[in-house]
Design a protein. Structure first.
Length: 215
């Protein structure tokens, strides 16, 4: 296993220790979260189940014998565990490289604690090296792209990708995100935007960075 995978696995294993017995666990999406789901499978008899941020994670959770609940029917989510594409020193994140940003943001909003699990390559001083994903209503794609150009980014349509919600993704290149909350608010104002993959207003409460089998 390479260093990045070792780091992802170490962070995921550490997050398992935060799972409350008998609870419904919020589960994110991606290659780091896959390790978390594998660990959750080992303790599936100790938890009630999960709420999931994507069809991909739902399928994996069910394969591993973990009950997946509709978020609307769940009262409390003590813990949400998810990866990120980038993380700055204030625990602000870029997410959505796997196009799951909208459901991820919804579960992060509901959860009491949002724990982000990453390998060291994701840690940056200033967000924006990773193109910022924006989920858009399909008919608004060109309008939103023009507005994002005005904000100083270079939007590129992730052609062929349809989100779990039936929408499209624009990846915004060449941003230096020095004020993540302000940019999140500005992009949220654009008509046709469903979700921006900046997690600053509701950022991670804790970030676990796995490296060389350590945290
Ligand atoms: O849409 C995908 C999610 O935001 C993922 O959390 C993010 O892309 C990180 O994924 P990975 O753990 O595969 O790097």
């Amino acid at each position: 296993m390479n260093d990045a995978e070792n780091g992802k696995r170490a962070a995921a294993e550490r997050a398992l220790a935060l799972v409350e017995p008998g609870s419904v666990v919020g589960v994110g999406t991606g290659s780091t979260v896959r390790w978390f789901i594998e660990g959750l499978a080992r303790m599936r008899h100790d938890i009630e189940g999960a709420v999931s941020s994507s069809e991909a994670s739902t399928a994996l959770l069910r394969e591993r014998g973990i009950a997946v609940y509709d978020l609307n029917g769940v009262g409390e989510i003590p813990l949400y565990v998810d990866g990120a594409d980038e993380c700055d020193g204030s625990r602000c994140l870029i997410k959505g490289g796997g196009a799951a940003l909208t459901r991820e943001k919804i579960i992060a909003a509901v959860a009491r604690e949002f724990v982000c699990i990453i390998d060291p390559a994701k840690r940056v001083d200033v967000l924006g090296r990773f193109p910022l994903p924006v989920e858009v209503i399909p008919m608004a794609r060109s309008h939103v792209a023009r507005e994002l150009l005005d904000l100083g980014g270079q939007p590129v349509w992730r052609e062929g990708v349809v989100t779990d919600n039936g929408n499209w993704i624009l990846d915004v290149h060449h941003l230096q995100i020095t004020d993540p909350e302000a940019l999140e608010t500005a992009i949220n104002q654009i008509v046709g935007v469903v979700t921006v993959g900046l997690f600053a207003r509701r950022r991670a409460d804790r970030v676990l960075i796995g490296a060389d089998g350590e945290i």
